[in-house]
Design a protein around this ligand. Sequence first.
Ligand code: HEC
Length: 568
Amino acid sequence: MLWTYQSQLDKKIDTVCCGWTSRGVGLGEGKIFLGKLDGKLVALDQRTGAEVWSIQAERWQDGYTITSAPLYYDGMVILGFGGAEYGTRGRIKAYSAKDGALLWTFYTIPAAGELGHDTWPSDSDAWKNGGAAVWQTPAVDPGLGLIYFSTGNAGPDYNGSKRKGDNLFASSIVALEVKTGKYRWHFQEVHHDIWDYDAPNPIVLFDIKYHGRERRALAQVGKTGWVYILDRVTGKPLIGIDEKAVPQEPRQATARTQPIPRGEPTIPQKVDIAPYGFRLINQGRTFTPFWDKVVVVTPGPVAGPNWPPSSYNPAHGYLFVCANDRSGGYRVSEIQGNPLPGKSFTAGRGQAPPLPATGIFAAMDMRTNKIVWRQRWDDRCYSGSINTASDLLFTGRNDGRFVALDASNGDVLWQFQTGAGVNATASVFEYKGQEQIVVYAAGNLFANSPAGDNVWLFSLDGKLEPVSSPMPLTAESISMNNANAEAGRGLFAQYCSQCHGQDGKSSHSGAPDITAISSNRIVIGMLLNGKNGMPSFAKVLKPDEIRDVVEFVTQSLNTASDSRGPTQ
Ligand code: HEC
């Protein structure tokens, strides 16, 4: 090991939507650029790990966190901010790589007088808290001098009643001039989103022939499951995307039409058979609206592709997409006054239908936007992919396998057990004339995969054997002796609050209120076994961690408990 750098994050940070995570670093000028969950952007010396500079780019207390890898380009560090669930206004900023000085800011929700501001109500400040976070690293085209990124959903999610209009530039692809941060063009994937259909999958740039003409293209895979293929010079669809009428719900102020790409979606967009306890409306199709009664829609809020990058094969013109098939049960909740800085600002009280979440890995032809091959996984697909000129396609499985598929047909060619969830993207490089592949196996909160901290390096000469797959914990291995509710609070913030809310009451993502549960046994059982939308933590947490989080739920969260201590 050459050096280590510890982020030293404050365990009190409670404005992280969607798990404590860092999706990578940027590199340039001998420095490593790291965006942190506490809103700091740090530059480290690549050789020593010493801090060169550090700035407070945004404050986590106001709801802004950094989860994506910063982009280094031509003396600049370009960075988007998360935080849409906390009443924020999305933004992307460029800093000097030399000293962290701010160069430009682009707000993903336009202010008065700017293009797109009229897609928000004129009689309220809804736009100031309208979300449209930037969760991923932008793509850059040095020749055109443009960067491209896609944005998160409009806020508050699920309830569109107080933000009539298309809500630009939420759920959109945006192109900016990289030197100035000036707007060039945008394409909105979902008008007036109420389904949490944001666009966290990173944009892929490629050049391809359409009708005999070489075109500069880009593709983004939305949480709708569609691949949106555009000309990256103009932002116009290359294959065709048609505005089509969709069902209406006036109380939600739904958009009259939605953009529907020609071709095929990567994942199912309707429900074939009603789940137990639910009546299907409009066959659960994408863009089915809802109000105060639960409506099942596919994909749901935790379906489609997420941030793990898609990969492109220029020889075939194929885009490889790791996505998920899962329905959501949507219902609004009332919007509670104006959003407060750093306080949760969501307005849905869904109920997850009792259906499994499965992964779908798809190869899509970028000339037709149609499926070349597709396969279903028994658990969620939550890993980036990369492919080689020899048609090897590397991706990861939540159970710790690093796998090579045949890029032309999806056949499994090779698998290797790493001992922890392979949720990061592998890198392929040449060293001393030999092709090598490196991958980080560490698990991921959204994938709910076994945690670890292993870097694996592969070549054709490799001699290491695979390790055994992680064993799930059993109830007998959990003892409540010396339980620490305070330690459990931090764990709850990291692992549970994304679905249950830090107070245990919010039912964002359809998770139930858990403030009336006083039985350790019930919570332990739920944590080890999981159920429907509730993931199992049996391979994710250690026995002491389960113990502490259980103590926090049954003692600190439980509103009926007598032993609510001063820590509440
Ligand atoms: C991805 C979202 C998600 C995460 C993360 C999550 N839960 Fe859940 N949880 C659910 C859902 C959905 C249910 C309801 C499951 C069902 O009964 O169908 C649930 C149910 C529960 C229940 C049972 C409630 C009851 O009334 O029976 C408990 C207790 C619970 N969760 C605790 C936790 C704890 C503690 C954590 C963190 C370690 C956690 N959950 C993380 C979604 C989640």
